[in-house]
Design a protein around this ligand. Structure first.
Ligand code: GTP
Length: 356
């Protein structure tokens, strides 16, 4: 079953600010690997290796991080919109390179869904558009997809009132679409896939199905979800072929060239990047990611935190359940509360209490 894939990577990533000021959402690091590596590995695992990235802004950053895709065992091609065309417009923009059956992914969903099973479901139902579904706790915040027992979609409900709720299944940002349907999407204006394209297909009687994805699924688009996704990876809750760089010792991945003083304490699960320096008396982990080239001074405590590359953490600083952008300099005895997110290049003076 040959299929190509389109990954939508043209969004602004506003919810993930300030992290997305420094780097577009599709390539923010998860366990020190660009996020899209997880999606590329998933597609390759299910035999989909011809992949089109539908970009809008910052295409050069994305291309610099992923190149031809050869490292990930796939063939990547890039299309770029001059103006954002929305989620359907982004797929439409890839149409010249696409034919046959397309797997379409939102470029911000970490999942280990069985893409092969979704393709088989699409085939056996005679579907033309199949939407992967995932359950949510609070359906009032989402676009719900109501389907019958065979999965045929009956209707879409955008942010329903409590009395309108008939299902807790939402669009998971994973689709199979027959490429010839893309011609229906107007090319000259932004079009939303979930609010305009799918409802129009349904209204015109095109067979549309929904299928629960099963497995792990999380939209990484907010800082808390971005951090939680990495904790889930560290806990082994996501089946992925992407592993952190380095070697695994006592639950900690240690990158090449890392120098950790014998008087420092490491508690796994954790990932320590390449060339990291950790001084005596520092305590790292559990559930911590330290980016490449970071410097951690004596007595610092870092737990549940995600640090991007080349962060410097001063003596005795405490970072718990927070995120620190690349090249940030954290002064001595800084105390960062859970939920703090520091922009790349931030400089925090000694003894500052953040978020308390
Ligand atoms: P927020 O601004 O935080 O909501 O994030 P976002 O801009 O990524 O929007 P959203 O999460 O709704 O987007 C879902 C997926 O579609 C993401 O992977 C986006 O990169 C992608 N996307 C959103 N808008 C466009 C667009 O206009 N063009 C393209 N090519 N992709 C888009």
């Amino acid at each position: 079953m040959d299929a190509q894939a389109v990954i939508l990577v043209g969004g602004q990533g506003t919810r993930l600010r300030p992290l997305t000021h420094a780097r577009p959402k599709p390539i923010v690091p998860l366990l020190n690997r660009p996020f899209l590596h997880y999606q590329l590995a998933l597609l390759r695992q299910h035999g989909v290796t011809d992949i089109i990235l539908s970009c809008s802004h910052r295409v050069d950053d994305i291309r610099a991080a992923l190149g031809s895709g050869a490292d990930a065992g796939v063939r990547l091609r890039y299309v770029a919109e001059s103006e954002p065309l929305g989620t359907a417009g982004g797929v439409r923009n890839a149409a010249d390179l696409a034919s046959g059956r397309l797997v379409v992914l939102n470029g911000d969903v970490l999942t280990d869904a069985d893409v092969g099973a979704v393709l088989r479901f699409h085939e056996t139902r005679g579907s033309r558009t199949t939407i992967g579904l995932t359950p949510v706790d609070d359906p009032t915040q989402y676009g719900l997809v109501e389907a019958d027992a065979r999965g045929a979609i009956r209707r879409f409900l955008e942010k329903p009132k409590p009395h309108e709720i008939t299902t807790n299944m939402v669009n998971a940002g994973v689709y199979v679409i027959e490429a010839e349907l893309l011609r229906r999407i107007p090319a000259d204006r932004p079009v939303s896939i979930e609010r305009e394209f799918f409802p129009a297909l349904l209204a015109d009687g095109v067979p549309c199905f929904g299928v629960p994805l099963g497995g792990y699924w999380r939209d990484i688009g907010s800082p808390s979800a971005y951090r939680e996704a990495q904790l889930d990876l560290l806990r082994g809750r996501v089946a992925t072929q992407v592993t952190p760089a380095g070697t695994l010792r006592d639950g900690c991945w240690i990158g090449a060239g890392a120098r950790i003083d014998a008087g420092a304490v490491l508690r796994g699960p954790a990932v320590i990047g390449t060339d990291v320096r950790v001084q005596a008396g520092a305590r790292l982990g559990p559930l911590t990611v330290i980016g490449d080239g970071a410097r951690i001074a004596r007595g610092a405590r870092i737990e549940g935190a995600i640090l991007w590359e080349r962060v410097e953490v001063g003596e005795g600083a405490v970072l718990r359940d927070c995120i620190v952008g690349a090249h940030a300099v954290i002064g001595a005895h800084v105390d960062a509360a859970p939920g703090v997110v520091l922009e790349a290049g931030a400089v925090v003076p000694d003894h500052t209490r953040l978020g308390r």
